[in-house]
Design a protein around this ligand. Structure first.
Ligand code: MG
Length: 375
């Protein structure tokens, strides 16, 4: 038996402004609904039903594992459609969440699930702390006790079977599922909500939500540095391009010093050592290996660990060969290997003013940075 989730995303949310319903508006680089679905999937709820407006059923970009269900004309009807998609033989509890709450902390979801181990129903709430007024014509006409008052949040959790029965018996027009459950006599336990779990309602709520998501964003940065000496030859592999020169770079692999620095930057961001750890130079199978094998491995490792490569920046340090005429080709090749848009790949060069080993043209050095963002 599992804990399932229903994300109610069928509304048209006009108060939030914008040309599209609020759940499809952009928020910190994704759509509101994408953040909400991500939070629910990360909490380990399964299956996850997303109730969509009938016009949105084919909307692109939702994760494969979510079940799309067409909603009804009212919130109640949409929730009922979502409940009908769940199997009582497999699902014990169902958590119903507003799509407009993309910043729900994992702790709030966990508190609801924990309470459901003993309670018939549980929902997050925050005690009202501000004084409350009654108003008439813009003037305070009286005060209202805040004693025992809570602000209701979601996800609200219930046993699947009893909630289905409660919805079937309800006349409609409920503000939330707690109201439906209570009308059927189901007691609802309050668990602590969170101020971050705001409901996007007004245009200014987008900025608040973006700040909360930015604070929680997992960004990882790594750097890489590499040096290869010159030897006799007719050109150097630099960032995936064979650059004609009167010398070559010496190394166990193709000695692509720039690509090695970038690869090490990605491994560094993952705290996964360097190329030597994954492709030991003592192992003859990597002799003469083309360096894109290493770079692809680092990018795949990042993906496996749940990160997306955001951008890289690489600086080649040498007097010669001149890098400028080849920089655009290097950028395109590196972008292709990493599966990145070229504008996220920076390849530049500097001399060292004839100082040091690079200045004496004994070899080439490269340094690189990489930024990874958790998906
Ligand atoms: Mg190297």
């Amino acid at each position: 038996m599992t804990d399932a989730a229903i994300i109610v995303a069928a509304g048209r949310g006009l108060r939030a402004g914008g040309e599209r319903p609020k759940q499809w508006q952009e928020l910190a680089g994704k759509r509101v609904a994408d953040w909400t679905i991500r939070a629910i999937l990360r909490a380990g709820l399964s299956p996850v039903v997303v109730v969509l407006h009938p016009d949105d059923m084919e909307i692109a970009g939702l994760p494969d594992q979510v079940i799309r269900v067409a909603g009804g004309a009212t919130r109640d009807a949409s929730v009922r459609a979502g409940l009908d998609a769940l199997d009582e033989a497999q699902v014990q509890n169902v958590l119903i969440h507003d799509v407009a709450r993309p910043c729900v902390p994992s702790g709030v979801i966990e508190a609801v699930r924990e309470a459901l181990k003993t309670a018939e129903a549980a929902a997050p709430g925050l005690p009202v702390t501000d004084a409350l007024w009654r108003a008439e014509d813009g003037r305070v006409a009286g005060v209202q006790s805040r004693e025992g008052l809570y602000r209701a949040q979601t996800p609200q959790g219930f046993r699947l079977g009893p909630l289905k029965a409660a919805h079937a018996a309800h006349p409609g027009g409920a503000a939330d599922d707690v109201e439906v459950a209570r009308a059927a006599g189901i007691p609802v336990t309050i668990v602590p909500g969170h101020e971050d779990n705001l409901k996007i309602t007004l245009p200014e709520d987008f900025a608040r939500a973006a700040a909360i998501l930015g604070r929680a964003m997992d960004i990882r940065m790594g750097n890489g540095f590499d040096v290869h000496a010159f030897e006799d030859g007719d050109g150097c592999w630099l960032c995936g391009i064979k650059v004609p020169h009167d010398r070559a770079l010496k190394g166990h692999s193709d000695a692509d010093v720039g690509m090695h620095a970038v690869t090490d930057a990605i491994y560094g961001a993952l705290a996964e050592g360097d190329i030597g750890r994954h492709f030991p130079p003592s192992d003859p199978q990597w002799k003469g290996c083309e360096s894109h094998v290493f770079l692809r491995h680092a990018v795949e490792l990042a993906t496996q660990k749940g990160y997306t490569l955001s951008n890289i920046d690489c600086t080649l340090i040498c007097e010669r060969p001149k890098v400028g005429p080849h920089a655009a080709a290097m950028q395109a090749r590196m972008a292709e290997i990493m599966g990145l848009a070229p504008e996220r790949v920076s390849i530049k060069a500097t001399t060292s003013e004839k100082l040091g080993f690079t200045g004496r043209e004994e070899g080439i050095a490269a340094m690189a940075s990489a930024v990874l963002i958790a998906k």
